[in-house]
Design a protein. Sequence first.
Length: 554
Amino acid sequence: MRHYQIDPHTNQIYITCPYNATVIDAIKTIPYRTWDPNNKRWITPLHTLEQTIETLRPFGFTEKKTKDITATPPNHTANFNTQIKRSQHLNTRDNTLTVSALAEQINTTIRSRFNAPLWLRCELSNINNARQNGHIYFDVIENKQQKTLRFSAVIWKNNIRAIQQKIKGHFELEDGIEVKLLVQINYYTARNQISLHVNDIDPTFTLGQLALQRQKIREQLASENLLGRNEKQPWPTLPIKIALLTSKTAEAKQDFLHQLELSQYAFQVDCYHVAVQGQQVETDLCKTLEHLKKHPNYDIVAIVRGGGAQTDLAWFDNFAIAKAVAILPTKVIIGIGHTRDQTILDEVATSAKTPTAAADLLIQRVEKQAQRLQQTQQKLRQLTHNTLAQHQQQHLNHILQLDQKTRHTFAQQKQRWYGQAKQILYQTQNRLKQRRHHHQQQHLSIENQIHNHNQKKRDKLDLAVEKIKNRTANQLEKYNLIQQNYQLRIQAHHPEHILKRGYVQLKHNDTIVRSLTQIQKGQTLTARLIDGKITLKMIDKQPGLIPENKAEKS
């Protein structure tokens, strides 16, 4: 049977399993693990809970619930009563003690019972700004059944450095954290006061409590399907408008804003001041997140804080804050601590590890969108160029078609006019012949009359022919003018006429150059003018289209 057991009283994890070389090798990768030969089990500190569970899960380990193993305290009351009775027997005859005698008996009892330092599990109170004369004075408390049990405690200045060195990088001594202290109990008879002198501290206990608390919050979030919920929120198309939640005096705020400024993108950042350490963290963050939930006016919500001890960051291992982040309809980025730090908020929202990394993540999203816009702009520019070139070619084809059609129409019309003129002339000649033949057959007696009559008819015919000729000549002259006009328009679009107007035809390797994209710097070009050719060398090029009206004026 493979199982592990979490003991919150000793801040230890007990691992029990049959011998298996692969399993043993895996357990040995857990830091601070030890072998208990008496009970034949492995022991790891509670602050390695997450790594222990991840190591054991592939081998089918299950959790064994811990029973209440709190030991029954010895009966110190009987010993105390015995000593009181001895004091009464030696010093009094009427079973009455003086105050000093009572204090001395209490002192004697405490010294005899607690003659060696002992480990004490407690919560710190009144420790902030409590240093006096180089010593640190504070209270150790336990909240039990809505009552607070309290003892005064002190860390002498000769022990402060050793204790602070031991917890450095893990946590700071501050109100509200739970610790395990090695204390020597002292009773001052003059003040009738018990004081605890702190000689040492067990940092693994506090780290284990933090890990256990984080695991409970993680399980609660998982039961409500909140883990990773906000992280699944889709990224906005252009995350420019940012709600920044941090302390107004924090360096993390300046790091975040400075990184955004370096990008030179037009980020719009509204700063919301919230506590990032202490008991006010939950209230400030939940209140601000609720406000942002009711007024979703931002693309991104960023929560940032600089690095610190684990107890400093543990204020973010909070179920209420994690739930508020998870259900927020706006995507949230978490930049808390250093790269190695991890909070519960990193498991419900998008984790960027540090404030600077959170700003970089936003910059990367905006840069990606900017690149897409540039690509779209380039495609539109190319499409416009191609469309314009296509329209120019269509316009040229239309002119050529119009020229061909005009020539064909004019030729058909000219042929029609010539046919009509010949037909009129032929008909007139036939009529004249018929009339002459008719006159010759007339009687000689009326020859004069016929001659006169014919003369009149000839005059009329000559006048009609003249009119017909004039009309035909006018029509021919009109259509000749139309033909000349079309020829002039066609000649105006002929390449030689375009060259006469000052334009140049460029060729590269006998290929006409129509676009800057066909040539490169250093290439040799041939420029055709109206009266010859010029050989050119490409030095530079400037993209851009010259309007047709400006080109014609030049």
